[in-house]
Design a protein around this ligand. Structure first.
Ligand SMILES: Nc1nc2c(c(=O)[nH]1)N[C@H]1C(S)=C(S)[C@@H](COP(=O)(O)OP(=O)(O)OC[C@H]3O[C@@H](n4cnc5c(=O)[nH]c(N)nc54)[C@H](O)[C@@H]3O)O[C@H]1N2
Ligand SMILES: Nc1nc2c(c(=O)[nH]1)N[C@H]1C(S)=C(S)[C@@H](COP(=O)(O)OP(=O)(O)OC[C@H]3O[C@@H](n4cnc5c(=O)[nH]c(N)nc54)[C@H](O)[C@@H]3O)O[C@H]1N2
Ligand code: SF4
Ligand SMILES: [Mo]
Length: 675
């Protein structure tokens, strides 16, 4: 039986699933899917082990918040209890006292987005979904408009120079790798730009290490050389570029020697990179969200993705820049998650009402929202997310979740560290137990999953829970009660040529279908490409007392915190989170390989074991993976160190912009109250 992997990963793989007595026994990649090509990833082969840890019944808290003591209750009791408490809060304080906190535990549009219809129908506070992609998204929108990219399937035949910039694609976009290998066989060179050496650097023909947050300066220096040596494609720029003059003036100000001093990249390397790109022209640039997780991340991304435009790379199939392919899916999202309810004004819809002007809460500032918002958040619904561990500034998030007057409902598949704070904890289904529609942000296939087996225990889909609650509150909004199929039919209700022939029936029959893209697919071959306003250079700087910059990128074998409880994967990642530090920085602090150290930021401190390695640049320390708290020597996750600071564009997260200091841990572990 087949289904699409629901995880937040650009690959959106098609999987072959084997069940034994109704239980998932084996997961493999579908050989018939042109991107999946018959292999899953190191993580998803272990999905059956993840399932063994699942929650099976609704539960009510009996211990203190966070303690994790619950009793089993019936669904009736849980839903009645939640509805009663919610009604009291809505009556007394109104909809804005309620906040949904959700992200991409599943990328399925039905179980991921449609639950929002419930919150919009009661006029809840809106959550701004900014934790991952909005800085990049906004930067892309300013520069190119729709989030389109070359078709990855065109890369091998056409791309002659491949630049992987701020992305560890061998770990985070692993189905790009076979395409890169094929391109390389045909003569393409692969270059990686990243502040530390990782799997992708080792795969690449050439790795350039640059200081975090200095990408815009490096991009300008490349542009400087391209203009100076007349390697730009004037014919393309004349028809496609908007606002080139102001940009060119900025590039003038960044000769390689100046950029070298800021970025740490040797001048000769900048010259060589610019010349090689300029001579190749058929450049495929894969940018990740890595460089966007900085105070100047939006501007950095804009500066970098303009480079293929200077070269006219968009004229060739498989060439140009790829941030995401998501903008190609022309779905009709008007009713998804009750978006239409935000359009207002609304006729009376029963007792509780939508509120198009409901206040918005940036999900990167959950701690502050729970501790300081006025009027306060009184009910929090968490689903498809693990905020205690993934949101910045865990100290504040934890204090928020500990509030006795906060009513917290968590819908989860497993007992996460967030789930332990729930007043009611509700067991969610897995992707093969509920139907759903999937797009992708790394390729152009749309897919549909059937429910392949009945849910185990008493697990239920998110949408089922919100339907039940809606009924108990007497809500009348019809989209709340739509089945998955009705949601999917509404999404596919579009005349866009990319969706021609893709009916619900056809998609259900085939499982996955490629969008009807024009061939050859040449987005932005005619522009417009907006060079103005010229991107700003906003470097990430250390702070007094915190001279090192900590990066916290993904681990190869976890997907955010998903899989972080699967022992085999935890073991393969080394059993505990480790801080990578350069020998020069280690020596200056009397730190030796394998020691425990205290890592401090302006937010808090954690204890970690170090690995002394030349992988990071001096001045940069790296901790791969958003590990569950329980694996850390001090039981504290890495986001105790990160901040709620937002990016320049899109209100995004700044997970790679952490000024810290590191010192050997002397004596006992620090008291938790210090932090
Ligand atoms: N195995 C695995 N795969 C995943 C995930 C996972 O957790 N594990 N997460 C998924 C999700 S939700 C996402 S959003 C994507 C994220 O995947 P990516 O798009 O790859 O983004 P990041 O992993 O955040 O950053 C990638 C790289 O950026 C580097 N970096 C940090 N700061 C800078 C900088 O200033 N400049 C440059 N040039 N590089 C910098 C980091 O060192 C890191 O190697 O991956 C998805 N895929
Ligand atoms: N320091 C640091 N922090 C980071 C990052 C980083 O690089 N560094 N990365 C950030 C990024 S890019 C992202 S995208 C976020 C990700 O943050 P999250 O979206 O919170 O991702 P996960 O940690 O994987 O948690 C998803 C949860 O959803 C649950 N889930 C899955 N499917 C379903 C379902 O159908 N129903 C319900 N109810 N639950 C389900 C899973 O069991 C899992 O516990 O983390 C961010 N946090
Ligand atoms: S996590 Fe990504 S690479 Fe792994 S199976 Fe899922 S979609 Fe494919
Ligand atoms: Mo993400």
């Amino acid at each position: 039986m087949r289904a699409t992997c629901p995880l937040d990963c650009p690959d959106a793989c098609r999987l072959r699933l084997t069940f034994q007595e109704g239980c998932l026994a084996k997961v493999e990649g579908d050989p018939e899917h042109p991107i999946t090509r018959g292999f899953a990833c190191a993580k998803t082969y272990r999905y059956p082990e993840r399932v063994r840890e699942r929650l099976l019944y609704p539960m009510r808290r009996v211990g203190a918040k966070g303690e994790g003591r619950f009793v089993r209750v019936s669904w009736e009791e849980a839903l009645d209890g939640i509805a009663e408490r919610l009604r009291a809060i809505l009556d007394r304080y109104g909809g804005e006292a309620v906040l949904p906190y959700h992200y991409a535990g599943t990328m399925g549009l039905v179980e991921g987005q449609h639950p929002l219809a419930f919150f919009r129908a009661i006029g809840a506070s809106e959550l701004l979904e900014t934790i991952c992609a909005t800085a990049g998204g906004e930067a892309w929108a300013m520069t190119y408009g729709p989030r389109l990219a070359p078709d990855p399937e065109d890369i091998p035949e056409n791309a002659r120079y491949i630049v992987l910039w701020g992305i560890n694609s061998l770990s985070t976009n692993s189905h790009l790798t076979p395409l890169l290998k094929e391109a390389r066989k045909r003569g393409a060179k692969v270059v990686h730009l990243d502040p530390y050496e990782n799997a992708t650097s080792r795969f690449a023909d050439w790795h350039l290490k640059l200081r975090p947050g200095t990408d815009a300066a490096l991009a300008y220096a490349i542009a400087h050389v391209l203009f100076r040596e007349d390697l730009v494609d004037w014919a393309y720029l004349e028809r496609a570029a908007v606002g080139l003059e102001a940009y060119r003036a900025q590039a003038e100000a960044w000769p390689p020697e100046r950029a070298s001093a800021l970025t740490g990249v040797p001048e000769e390397a900048i010259l060589r990179l610019a010349r090689e790109m300029g001579e190749a022209r058929r450049v495929f640039l894969r940018v990740g969200y890595g460089m966007t997780r900085h105070p100047g991340g939006g501007n950095a991304l804009r500066a970098v993705v303009l480079l293929p435009a200077l070269l006219g790379a968009w004229r060739y199939p498989g060439c140009g820049a790829m941030l995401s392919t998501s903008g190609a899916f022309p779905l009709n999202k008007r009713f998804l998650g009750g978006r239409h309810l935000l359009e207002g004004p609304h006729p009376h819809q029963g007792y509780f009402r939508p509120n198009p002007k409901a206040r918005a809460v940036n999900m990167n500032q959950l701690g502050t929202a729970l501790l300081e918002l006025d009027p306060p958040i009184r009910a929090l619904f968490v689903f498809n997310s693990n905020p205690l561990v993934v949101a910045p500034d865990t100290g504040r998030v934890k204090r928020g979740l500990e509030r006795e007057d906060l009513f917290t409902v968590v819908l989860e598949q497993v007992m996460t560290e967030t789930a332990r704070f729930a007043d009611y904890l509700l067991p969610a289904t897995f992707f093969y137990e509920h139907p759903d529609l999937y797009t992708s942000y790394g390729h152009y296939y749309l897919s549909w999953n059937e429910a392949l087996v009945p849910p185990e225990g008493e697990a239920r889909p998110n949408t089922w829970v919100f339907r039940e609650l809606a009924q108990r509150l007497g809500l009348e909004e019809p989209t709340l009660y739509w089945t998955a199929e009705e949601v999917a039919r509404s999404l596919l209700d579009s005349d866009h040529p990319y969706l021609r022939g893709i009916t619900f029936e056809a998609l259900r029959e085939a499982g996955f279908l490629k969008l009807n893209l024009p061939t050859p697919f040449l987005p932005f071959a005619q522009g417009p490409v907006r060079f103005s306003p010229p991107p700003e250079v906003i470097p990430t700087l250390p702070e007094p007392g915190y001279p090192l910059i900590l990066l916290t990128p993904p681990a190869h074998r976890f997907l955010n915190t998903t899989y972080g409880n699967v022992e085999a994967l935890v073991e393969a990642e080394g059993g505990e989170p480790r801080l990578l530090i350069h020998p020069r920085d280690a020596e200056a602090r009397g730190i030796q390989d394998g020691m425990l150290v205290l890592v401090r930021s302006g937010r808090g401190q954690v204890v970690r074991r170090v690995r002394v390695t030349e992988a990071p640049l001096p001045g940069v320390v790296v901790l791969e993976g958003t590990w569950w708290e329980r694996w850390a020597p001090d039981g504290k996750g890495i986001n105790h160190l990160t901040s709620e600071r937002l990016t320049d564009l899109g209100g995004g997260s700044t997970f790679h912009a952490n000024p810290v200091e590191v010192a050997p841990l002397l004596g006992d572990f620090p008291d938790a109250s210090w932090a």
